[in-house]
Design a protein around this ligand. Structure first.
Ligand SMILES: Nc1ncnc2c1ncn2[C@@H]1O[C@H](COP(=O)(O)OP(=O)(O)OP(=O)(O)O)[C@@H](O)[C@H]1O
Ligand SMILES: [Mg+2]
Length: 237
């Protein structure tokens, strides 16, 4: 299968400080890839680099298009959605207004599934109940649901999500995991930054570990869990 996203020799810089060092990674259609690593390893930087939000060198190829040098809005228009850690919802707008702002028709006629407002409400019924409420009064979990649902209404092929379960209750987390699986089943690939291995394990097809600015592991759960020294070196504190 051809790659949806191919990153080669990606280096990123904040002023003089380099975070990623010639990183390589690939994502195929409809797969959930968990991006793991210690705090400060550069996981958020990797997502920002894909979205054109940090200074980079190297290649980022999405389908048949290079993303290098494109502004973030263009990258989003090509079909990559990004849900940052702070969720970036419009606090003063209602839930439904936030969702409607996310609506974009699919880019490709062959898209298997077109996401509509009703799908967002079906995936997260609480958003329907709270559709007329200002986003700022939602709970943290509801805000995360809103951010995820809104990103989907842009009909992306690839969803980049940064630590969505951080600080949320187990019932909410369970709903988010179900959401990711539903989205994948309808053909969307997901690159998920997730700190908790036990959660990533439940949904990810493949695991990447970021260390020293590059990918130090790329494999399945079985390989990851068998390799204790790898986990000790790059994940456990
Ligand atoms: N805007 C910035 N300016 C300068 N340095 C930054 C900036 N953002 C991040 N960094 C630095 O880059 C490194 C990687 O940060 P990044 O946010 O990508 O890590 P992370 O793996 O997402 O970890 P965490 O989410 O736990 O902070 C860290 O050393 C961080 O301090
Ligand atoms: Mg981060």
């Amino acid at each position: 299968m051809t790659n949806l996203l191919t990153i080669q020799n990606l280096s990123t810089y904040y002023a003089q400080s380099q975070v990623l060092h010639r990183l390589n990674l690939e994502i195929k259609s409809s797969e959930i890839v968990a991006l793991l690593g210690r705090n400060g390893a550069g996981r958020s930087t990797c997502l920002k680099a894909i979205m054109g939000m940090v200074r980079t060198e190297g290649q980022i190829q999405y389908r048949d298009q290079s993303l290098i040098g494109l502004p973030s809005f263009k990258i989003a228009q090509l079909g990559i959605a990004y849900v940052p850690e702070d969720r970036a919802i419009f606090a003063g707008l209602t839930v439904e207004q936030n969702l409607k702002l996310g609506i974009k028709p699919p880019l490709r006629a062959e898209s298997a599934w077109v996401w509509r407002l009703d799908d967002a409400y079906a995936l997260f019924p609480i958003l329907f109940e709270r559709r007329a409420v200002a986003a700022e009064v939602l709970s943290g979990g509801e805000q995360q649901m809103l951010a995820l649902a809104r990103s989907l209404l842009g009909n992306p092929d690839l969803l980049l999500v940064d630590e969505p379960t951080e600080g949320l209750a187990p019932q909410v987390i369970a709903q988010l995991l179900d959401f990711f699986v539903s989205v994948k089943q309808r053909g969307v690939a997901i690159l998920l930054v997730e700190q908790k291995l036990e959660l990533a394990k439940q949904i990810a097809d493949r695991f990447l570990i970021l260390g020293n600015g590059n990918i130090v592991f790329d494999g399945r759960w079985g390989e990851l869990i068998e390799n204790q020294s790898l986990r000790q070196e790059w994940l456990e504190i």
